[in-house]
Structure formats: C-alpha cells, structure tokens
Ligand binder design. Structure first.
Ligand code: FPP
Length: 246
C-alpha cells in the first residue's frame, strides 16, 4: 500500500528539487511475467504508475516531467505488442485529456510523430493544442523518439539556415543548437530515473542529459510509486552537482 503524501516530504528541500525529471519506464513486461500475466497488462499498469508520478511531481512542485514511452527501436517488438501500445497511447489520451485540462497540465509529444498511426496523430495534435496555454506542469511524452535522430534533424535544420545565408557557421552555439531540438521550450532534465536496474541511456535525450544526475532503481516501472520517487529525490539531494567545476 503506498502512502499518498500530497505535501512534499519534510526531509526534502523544496529549494533543491530538480526542475525537470526524465524517466525511462523499464520493466512492464517483467512485472507482468512475474505474475503469469501477458506483457500488455504490464503496460496498462505502467500507465497508472506514470499518471501517479505526474500527479506527484505536480503536488511536490516539480516543473517538468518527460517520459520515454516509445523509442525508435521499439518498432522491433512483436507486431501485436506495438499495435497494443499505439492503441493504448490513443485511449489514454482520449480518457485523460479532460483531467489534464482540469489539472492545468501542458502535454507535448516529441519524436518522429509523422509515422505514427493516423488516429493517434490526431489525438496527439488535439491534446497538444488544447493544453497549449496551460500553465501547470509541462508533461512531455517521447514517442517514436531517438536522441541521435533528434540531433541529426537539428543539424539538418541548422545547415539549411546556413545554406540560405540566415546564419553564419560561427553563430552556431549550444543555445542555438538547443533551440532546434524538440525540447526547445523546456529546461534540460536535472534528474534521470531508470527503473528495473538497467544502466543505459538507450538513445534518450542525449544532448539534453549532458549534466543530468542518473538514478537507477531495481523497482519495476509499475511498482514505481511515491515512496520510490521520494527515495530518488532524497538520493538526488545528497549529490553535489558541480557541472565540471570543483
Ligand atoms: C518498457 O517496459 C515500457 C514501454 C516500452 C512502454 C511504456 C509506455 C507506457 C507506460 C505508456 C505511456 C503512455 C502515455 C500515453 C503517456 P518493457 O516492455 O521494456 O518491459 P521489460 O523490460 O520488462 O520487457
């Protein structure tokens, strides 16, 4: 039974919270397998865990949450699982949009969205348009996302600008480059959480994660609750972030 701490736990320092948390939600399949259930049940349970984390971030005053829902490599999974995930994303969006509006959440999808099923693209566009003016937590869902691909598309866009004479090569700095990434209007993640003990970045936010603190837990994603998040934040607050300095 998880305790629902609506207020920030007292041992955490409000002033030293991460502004932006990113999550790699690993272990849905294993969670289901351990219970003798099909993998898709794990994904369904994973949606609940993500919803709870979003609400928790909002309650505790974190400005942005980014979740890796589907990587460019995930197309390699069995067709039935890919189809299930696409339908799941669409249903979740339809079901949760009203509540996200009420809770003032601004949702954004990043990745190569143009190749997603048409009906999912429609729901994505609708949810982004409707929540665009919301001023609460920024919730970014990386779908058909790949970090290297994102960097390549930014490089191509900048090269086109140079070719057209709009900018000079020596004007290309980190700030300009960041402006051409999908995440142009959100600060870089301060904390990356990955569940199920995997210790990889898996092509997630490669540029943006340059100085992120990484927290790995053995918990499987569907079991990642407020207690687990509290532990991740405590651990984060014990670190000294030096950004390469001493
Ligand atoms: C990783 O577990 C999880 C995924 C690939 C899908 C995660 C997606 C969600 C929780 C839904 C998010 C939805 C919206 C619309 C915001 P895994 O399958 O890799 O598990 P395993 O490592 O145990 O095999």
């Amino acid at each position: 039974m998880q305790t629902l701490l609506k207020e920030l736990p007292r041992d955490l320092d409000q002033k030293r919270l991460p502004r932006h948390v990113a999550v790699i939600m690993d272990g849905n399949g294993r969670w289901a397998k351990r219970r003798g259930l099909p993998r898709i049940i794990g994904h369904r349970q994973g949606v609940d865990a993500l919803k709870n984390l979003l609400r928790c971030c909002d309650d505790w005053g974190i400005e942005a949450l980014t979740a890796y829902a589907f990587s460019t490599e995930n197309w390699g999974r069995p067709n039935e699982e890919v189809d299930f995930l696409m339908t799941l994303f669409e249903r979740v969006l339809m079901r949760e949009l009203q509540e996200m509006m009420e809770e003032n959440v601004r949702i954004e999808f990043v990745g190569n969205l143009a190749v997603l099923p048409r009906s999912l693209q429609t729901q994505i566009a609708r949810s982004m348009t409707l929540t665009k003016e919301n001023t609460g937590i920024q919730f970014t869902v990386a779908t058909n996302y790949g970090g290297r691909q994102e960097i390549l598309q930014a490089a191509r866009a900048i090269a086109t600008q140079v070719q057209q004479g709009n900018i000079q090569p020596d004007e290309i700095d980190e700030a300009l480059f960041s402006q051409h990434l999908y995440t142009a209007n959100v600060c870089d993640p301060d904390l990356l959480i990955r569940t199920s003990g995997e210790m990889r970045l898996s092509n997630f936010l490669l540029w943006q994660m340059a100085y992120a603190e990484i927290y790995i837990t053995d918990a499987l994603w569907p079991d990642f609750d407020r207690g687990e998040f509290h532990r991740a934040l405590s651990n984060y607050q014990q670190r000294s972030r030096r950004f390469g300095k001493i």
